[in-house]
Structures are given as structure tokens and as C-alpha cells.
Design a protein around this ligand. Structure first.
Ligand SMILES: [Zn+2]
Length: 379
């Protein structure tokens, strides 16, 4: 058996224990103190073999960057391992959804997205040190505190560290129960459409009113038509609100619309269409705000090369890894858009991210961790 894999199989109990500690330290994006406690926990774990530095996250928790001390004298270039410390789960979720080990899986809030991935990285670093396997490059681990809410505060730090790196390894979960690698992600954005009409009494003075609700309904039909499945473009009016009472012609209405694109150039076209929306009823006014938050991670030649390398290393571990694309965004979108080869989906294998059945497969912990270690040694 591969020596890294056999070492990590022997560490299975310790990996489970670390994931338990991480999951039981709840860290919702909107609770900076809670995220801070989790960041401290990870920092304490990394401190014996890393130089740890934190960065203010504004109204979010701290971001943390660990410069790992790994074997190997001369380091050429830099690798960035990227993850996030926040989860979508509110404080107190553990009471109804406790961490547990059953049916060959670990269950609990954040285990898959993405506390397992962080634990895997730390054990991959430990394996390289214990087995004295040199890493060729300087390795940074960066954990952002606001990934689940758009990465507004962490994006500049991510881009700064990525721009200096020859590759980015994203510790997000793999796709499906096979744990496929992720080599493309859609770009994500949202638009808010606000319609102002003219209020009036629905019985006494109906004709004098210009209904913002009716106008918005027609606009929604129009923007929903921008969806183009063949090009990977989706437009989802996910939130709609407006009006005050049924007997009043509505003066105000708004909708929030999620957009996803596979190609950056499609985002510009979509933006133009949204900005160009004209009222059907000339008495109404339309205001559109928003745009693309995350550019798409497009599968470049560099990404494909990195993926082939990972597949070859996985084969040495006895695992056939396929690649996949997803509609969900990650911080890998930013790094790939800078042209830095980015491989995503290296974290836990499981299902139910953001859902009550969130879980990871225990028997895939060792090979995932070994793959991260092998990538750190090879890159
Ligand atoms: Zn995630």
C-alpha cells in the first residue's frame, strides 16, 4: 500500500476526533465571535507546524492564513490551499442535529461543507512531516470567514495570495458519493428589480393607479426567459414582494433574481439585458441593481492539467477520480478567474451540504487526505 495512505489509515480515529471538535465548534457566517472561536481552534492545531496570521474580516469573523512548515529545504514558488471557516448553520443547530458517527458516516452541521476538508489538510501536512516527505513549494492554508455569504471581505486577500501561487487547491467537498473533483463552476450573481407604480383605491379610483405588482409580474416573465440551458445560463427569480393590501393598487414591488453563467462573456450580455429592462406600463419606473458576485471558474488548460495530475496521484492510491462541473460557486471562482490553475472539490466525500442529512463517508477520509498530501509534495 502507498506509505502515505497506510500512515493515514492508522490516523483514522484522530481524524474523526478532529472533525468532531471542528463540527462541535459552531461557526455561522453571521456570528464573528463564534467564527473567531473556530479560527482559534484551527490555529492552535496548526501552530506547532505553521506560522499563523489573522486578518480582520470587517463585520465577519477573522480570516486566517497559515504558512506551513513542511519538509524540504529549497522551496520553489507557492501553493495556496483554500477553505472557509464559516457554515450556513445557525448557532444551536447542534442541539437538534448533533455530531454523530453511524452507518459508516460522520454526521453533523458543517462536516461536509467544509470542516472535513480543513481537517484533511492538517492531517496531510502532518503526514508529510511524519514521513519526512519534502514539499517542493511554500504552502499556505487560507480560511475565509464569509464564504457562505459571498466573500466580500475576504476576496482581496484570496486574490492576493492566489496571484502569487502556481496552483490553488480548494478544500470544498467533492461531487456526489464518488467525490468527483470540480474543474468548472458557474459564475453567480443577483439582481434586484424595483418597480415603482402609482397607488390608488382599487374600488373608487382603479384607473388612476399603476400597479407595481402587475408590472413586476410581467418583468419576471421577461427575465425568466433569459434562461438558456444549452449555454448553461439560468435566471431564477427567487424572491418577490410588493403591495400593501388587496384593495390598494400597489405602488411598490421588488424581486431578487439569482443568475448563473458558465462563461464570463455571458454575464456581460445578461447584465446588459437586466439594465435595459423597460416598463410595459409607461407610468411605472424600474430600477435594477446588482450584478455578478463570483466570476465563473472556467475549465482552462491549466485546470485540466492539474486535474490530470490529481487523477494520476489518486490512481496510486487505488482510486479512480472523475471530474465534474457544478452550478454552485466557491472562492475557487476568484482564483481561477485570475488565471491561476485551481482544483476544487478536494475535501470530504459525502452528501447533504446545507441540508439536515449533511454527512461524510468515513472510509474515504484516508484517501482524500493522502491525495492532498501527494499534491502538496508534487506541486
Ligand atoms: Zn463550502
Amino acid at each position: 500500500m502507498d506509505p502515505i495512505l497506510s500512515y493515514l489509515r492508522g490516523r483514522a480515529a484522530a481524524i474523526v476526533e478532529t472533525i468532531r471538535q471542528f463540527a462541535e465548534c459552531e461557526s455561522p457566517s453571521d456570528d464573528p465571535a463564534a467564527v473567531g472561536r473556530f479560527v482559534e481552534l484551527v490555529s492552535d492545531r496548526a501552530a506547532p507546524f505553521a506560522r499563523v496570521k489573522t486578518y480582520p474580516g470587517g463585520r465577519f469573523g477573522k480570516h486566517v492564513v497559515c504558512e506551513m512548515r513542511l519538509p524540504g529545504r529549497r522551496k520553489i514558488g507557492q501553493i495556496l490551499a483554500l477553505g472557509h471557516s464559516d457554515t450556513v448553520w445557525p448557532m444551536g443547530t447542534l442541539r437538534g442535529m448533533p455530531f454523530r458517527q453511524e452507518k459508516g458516516r460522520l454526521w453533523g452541521p458543517g462536516v461536509l461543507d467544509m470542516k472535513a476538508g480543513i481537517a484533511f489538510f492538517l492531517f496531510a501536512a502532518e503526514a508529510l512531516r511524519e514521513l519526512e516527505m519534502p514539499a517542493r513549494s511554500k504552502v499556505l492554508l487560507q480560511l475565509n470567514s464569509d464564504e457562505e455569504v459571498g466573500s466580500l471581505s475576504s476576496r482581496p486577500l484570496t486574490e492576493k495570495n492566489a496571484a502569487r501561487s502556481k496552483a490553488v487547491l480548494v478544500l470544498e467537498p467533492g461531487t456526489g458519493l464518488e467525490g468527483k473533483l470540480k474543474t468548472a463552476r458557474k459564475g453567480v450573481g443577483d439582481f434586484t428589480i424595483r418597480v415603482s407604480g402609482k397607488a390608488s383605491h382599487a374600488g373608487v379610483d382603479f384607473q388612476a393607479g399603476a400597479s407595481a405588482v402587475v408590472e413586476l409580474a410581467r418583468q419576471i416573465g421577461r427575465v425568466a426567459g433569459f434562461t438558456n440551458p444549452a449555454r448553461g445560463i439560468t435566471v431564477n427569480p427567487g424572491v418577490i414582494a410588493g403591495g400593501t393590501r388587496s384593495n390598494v393598487v400597489a405602488a411598490e414591488a421588488h424581486a431578487v433574481v439569482d443568475i448563473r453563467v458558465l462563461r464570463l462573456k455571458d454575464a456581460a450580455g445578461l447584465e446588459k439585458k437586466f439594465r435595459g429592462l423597460k416598463p410595459f406600463d409607461r407610468r411605472c419606473r424600474i430600477e435594477v441593481t446588482g450584478g455578478l458576485n463570483r466570476p465563473p471558474m472556467e475549465r482552462s488548460a491549466g485546470i485540466a492539467r492539474l486535474c490530470r495530475m490529481a487523477q494520476k496521484l489518486a490512481r496510486e492510491l487505488g482510486v479512480e477520480l472523475e471530474e465534474s462541473q457544478t452550478g454552485g460557486g466557491s472562492d475557487g471562482n476568484f482564483t481561477a478567474a485570475l488565471g491561476v490553475p485551481t482544483l476544487d472539490g478536494l475535501g470530504g466525500v459525502g452528501e447533504g451540504g446545507h441540508a439536515a442529512h449533511e454527512s461524510i463517508l468515513i472510509d474515504r477520509m484516508a484517501d482524500r487526505t493522502a491525495l492532498i498530501a501527494k499534491l502538496l509534495a508534487a506541486l
